[in-house]
Design a protein around this ligand. Structure first.
Ligand code: NAG
Length: 203
């Protein structure tokens, strides 16, 4: 009886452990080299501008660590300045809880040669300051390495995205109002025309 209970506890413990624990960011080697075609502090417009991303293996690691690399995902990540007072963007060492990099810019099978990709800034990207980070994944989909276009403190090579929400909201409201106005005018026009016709047939 006691041993059953113990087994059950152990099993539960293991489940909880594997269920909650992700890969620790601090355990990942920085073997990828990532660049983005931006200037420090550049402001880019969501839905209009684009960035050229380049990523590849740091040549000093070729053949040493990359055997397990199967896939690379390049992600858009919040810079510290855009995480202040925003728990939903918080950085956690446990990658299953990390909210730093919420947008996948591109996902490709890992290749030894440098890859490039032109990323058009999605309309959904919120206004914020960002950097770019790439993760390499093994066949089980676990992070095994990373690289980023910024330094360890995430202070260099940052860029800003100006999102649609702030910029176009007033425009959207205006266009909705205009459409409503147009519809009402049209209905009004028909009503007037109808009553005119009615009057002329009545007479
Ligand atoms: C490649 O890795 C070496 C060794 O860790 C490092 O000194 C070098 O700065 C890295 N190169 C790039 C371009 O990140």
């Amino acid at each position: 009886m006691k041993s059953h209970l113990l087994t059950a506890f152990l099993l539960l413990f293991c489940l909880v452990q594997t269920g909650n624990g992700g890969v620790l960011f601090s355990s990942l080697p920085q073997t990828l080299v990532v660049t983005a075609s931006i200037k420090q502090g550049q402001v880019l417009i969501a839905g209009e501008d684009s960035i050229i991303l380049t990523w590849g293996l740091n040549q000093s690691f070729v053949g040493r660590t990359d055997e397990s690399y199967k896939e690379v995902k390049v992600k858009l990540c919040y810079a510290p300045i855009s995480q202040v007072d925003r728990k939903w963007r918080k950085t956690a060492n446990d990658l299953s809880k990390d909210k730093t990099c919420q947008f996948i810019m591109v996902s490709k099978p890992f290749q030894k040669l440098d890859q490039t990709f032109k990323w058009s800034i999605e309309k959904e990207a919120p206004t914020a300051t960002y950097f770019v980070r790439a993760y390499a994944y093994d066949s089980a989909g676990k992070e095994v390495a990373y690289g980023q276009n910024s330094d360890a403190k995430k202070s260099s090579n940052l860029f800003e995205v100006q999102g649609i929400s702030g910029r176009h909201l007033s425009l959207d409201v205006a266009s909705v109002c205009f459409s409503a106005f147009a519809l009402v005018s049209l209905i009004g026009f028909f009503l007037v025309e109808n009553s005119k016709k009615k009057r002329s047939t009545d007479n």
